[in-house]
Design a protein around this ligand. Sequence first.
Ligand code: FA5
Length: 346
Amino acid sequence: MEENKNELELIHSKALEDVANVKTSEDLQNVRNEYLSKKSKLMSLMASMREMTKEQKAEFGQIINKIKTEIAEKVEAKKEELEAKALNAKLEKEVIDFTLPSRSYSKGSKHPFQMVVDEVSQIFIGMGYDIAEGPEVETDEYNFELLNVPKGHPARDMQDSFFINESLLMRSQTSPVQAHVMKAANGVGPIKIISPGKVYRRDDDATHSHQFGQIEGLVIDKNINMGNLLSTLQLFVKKMFGEKREVRLRSSYFPFTEPSVEYDVSCFNCGGKGCSLCKGTGWIEIGGAGMVHPNVLKMSGFDEKEYQGFAFGVGVDRIAMLKYGIDDIRKLYTNDKRFNKQFNRD
Ligand code: FA5
């Protein structure tokens, strides 16, 4: 026991001396291994306690634990001291020259596409609509089937699409958001949403892009009729294109609305007299709309005898082109800062 105590005292004083002499973090790690690891001298002394009496074990155990704690504390303090030293050395080296001129940067501007989305959203938010979002990778079920376009329906050809596999595609319209929102409502109205987003079709010319934007509108409630649709479109068009603009509905066909219409706005270039922008007709088409088909209401969980609704869709790019006089849709997607800047009114 006495012999062990003497050895312990020797280890103790040597350990304190070694810690005090540490200069680098490697030195510190070596000291830690030597005195505190499982294979350290302290541990082997602990093993010798097996031959001691109960009282001796208690006494020796207490001393050894105290020494171990002290060494650990000194090692920790040394670690902090080394870290502080390293930090100070780094700070001294990294001198910042505040007199250097800053790097110049050019300010970006909002894209005309986003300007249209923001403006249309503000108009409809003002009319009490919520904004809804849907996935761009969509299932065939939502993009077509729940919109009354079963497999093999000829209306699918109008939206020649990018399929990922048999049942997944890049959505070809924002109309699937109608089904998502109706299903989430569990057959209980009212619903009043618009949904802006990107859509994809196999199109490519000066007025058609393979990626473009649409804004869907959906209202579901009791006693909804075509008059509500027309007045909503009139209000929207006047706010978006000016008080003098009129709306014209033309009969059309969409499988998910009945009756269906295409809606035109009186030409804002010539005021309806006829010019090159409206191709002499006095009207410019901006989207499709109609009363939600009873099959669509039913498939998304609404009682078609109790509820009616109207829906509409506008092309974001088409509006941007008309509003800002852009002659080629592809210019919207070239990411040219000089082009984008022209429309910034900030
Ligand atoms: C639709 O996509 C219907 N989902 C709209 C709708 C919604 C009808 C709700 C009824 C109820 P359409 O295929 O006509 O309809 O497209 C709507 C608008 O998207 C067009 O008027 C046009 O502005 C725009 N658009 C269509 N294809 C392209 C394209 N390739 N590039 C740019 N804009 C396009």
